[in-house]
Design a protein around this ligand. Sequence first.
Ligand SMILES: [Zn+2]
Ligand SMILES: [Zn+2]
Length: 116
Amino acid sequence: MTTVTDPEHIAISKSKGIKIDWKDRHASDYAIGYLRDKCPCASCTGAHGTPPRQPDTPADPASPFQMYKPTLKMLGVEPVGNYAIRIHWSDGHSTGIYSWEHLRNICPCDECRKAH
Ligand SMILES: [Zn+2]
Ligand SMILES: [Zn+2]
């Protein structure tokens, strides 16, 4: 049984991503697109039988703006209890709740990637 480590400090850049310094002195740096792809909500992960979201889905071919892909941004980040954050994305998505445990699991640093 492991205890989930809490963040010591969270730095949010709405156009770049999130950096977290953990209480165990580990540091994580999540790029914005990476975080969006790792959204843990049911519609993004394909739980409940819905197909998982495909990263980089081509734009609707009927759209005259298909060459234009707006830059993904975070519109806001709100705390959920004391165990998670909810991110409001510029694509209208906001149902993903990123628990500290989930964030720590998806830490993209070399050390954590090797451990997986
Ligand atoms: Zn989602
Ligand atoms: Zn790591």
